[in-house]
Design a protein around this ligand. Sequence first.
Ligand code: ADP
Ligand code: MG
Length: 256
Amino acid sequence: MADTLLEVNSVSAGTEDKPILHNVSLAVGAGETHVLMGPNGAGKSTLGHVIMGDPTYKVSSGSIAFDGQDITSLTPDKRSLAGIFLSYQAPVEVPGVPLYSFLRSISQMRPELKCTAREFRRRVGKIADELSLDQSFLMRELNVGFSGGEKKKIEMLQLLLLRPKLAILDETDSGLDVDALATVSRGIQSYRDNVGGALLIITHNTRILERLTVDRTHVMVKGHLVAEGPASLIDDIDKNGFERFEKTTAKEADAQ
Ligand SMILES: Nc1ncnc2c1ncn2[C@@H]1O[C@H](COP(=O)(O)OP(=O)(O)O)[C@@H](O)[C@H]1O
Ligand SMILES: [Mg+2]
């Protein structure tokens, strides 16, 4: 395995009154592609948010290390600066702020991305072209009135511009038409080839994975990681569903 980039160590977490994740451990090496699958409500998005440091969730035990640093108590902005990117299932709308200005201000906050206005325009233009993104989007208010597909394309633009070390993509591909799906696939591909970062992809859609080499697959059921395996586990789940894993957790719960 490559050098460990992300290490989730026996993490239990949830909201104030609801435990959601139970003793979750997972490691992602630098540059690796991991897939996280599981039925609806399993806790996949919660895990993404916990890795990102979303204050909605409290870690009651365990720890999270990233790039050699314990990040368990870092705020989301610090985790973002450290190189973690999370694509949200529902991106926020920020009225009054054009997408272009937003992108410019977040990249100016990062020493490694600081550049002249002219160089920034060139970089954004190049990525927008690569994603076949109409440049008029860039002048619109952040996510306001964008269609689901457009929001996802813009997330890909952010991903390629910010060059994080780890990108967690939470159902980035859900509900997309063929065209938007192709753009998202191209974005992920380009992130792998040009940025060389690691991926944790939460998905139900195996089409998005077709052109990626998946290093590891994790299965989550009822807040537990119940299985881990090679890329072939994805095909197995695609054919047979999650039933056998659900039985495993039911037995575990009975035994407790
Ligand atoms: N902020 C929250 N408040 C209350 N319950 C939550 C919250 N976030 C998640 N949950 C609950 O935790 C469980 C896991 O949710 P989620 O992580 O969204 O699952 P998945 O992404 O696998 O579909 C669900 O039962 C969900 O209702
Ligand atoms: Mg989810």
